[in-house]
Each structure stands twice: as C-alpha cells, then as structure tokens.
Design a protein. Sequence first.
Length: 122
Amino acid sequence: MSFKGYIKEHADIPDENKNGDCYVVAYRYIMSHPKVTLVHGLVHGQGALEGIVYNHAWIEDGNKIIDLTLPKKIQKSLSKDIYYAIGNIKVTFKYTYKEVIEKSQEFGTYGPWEKKLLDNEY
C-alpha cells in the first residue's frame, strides 16, 4: 500500500515538514485498536507551517486525540477541543475500523480517500 503527499506543494514549506507519515501511523494504530476512530482532515498550520492548510490523519478515542506524529509528551495531554482549536480544524472525514479496511482496499492507499482531500480543496 502507498500513501499520497499530505501537504500541497508550496515552495515555502520547509523540507522537514513535507511528506510526513501521519496516514501510515494512524492506519497502523487503528488496525491494532479497532474501537477507535480514524480521522482525515484539513489542518491550518502553525509555526513553520503557518498560513498553510494541509491534509492530516489522526485517531480519536472519545474526547482523546492520538496523533502519533507529535512528541509523546504532547500526545498524552491533547483533548479533542484543544486539538481542533489549535489546528483550526473544520473539515474532517471519520472512519470506523470496518470503513478503514474498505477504503484502504478500494484506494490501495493509507489515505487520503475523499475527493476534497485528494484535490486539496480548501
């Protein structure tokens, strides 16, 4: 299975912030934790990515956010409300374990799977 680039090509994005592994790690997490929800969405960047909107993947377990791309210290303290506020997240697509299996087989990728994210429509 492959994955698509997550950040629309912008010349001003630092190289270390391109082509992360969020889709891969979120997919692998839900495969071993089938009761959580996989989320794909559009995040408004902060810091080096300020002013840039990009595709991202994370896990939701109730009100708890599991974003394995963040440092472990931060991961343990993120609530859904804080996470969504920091990333100014308004567009999301949520998937159950069964839906993740179906979508990954249909597209042959870890994500993204929705036209809005595939086409970087923000």
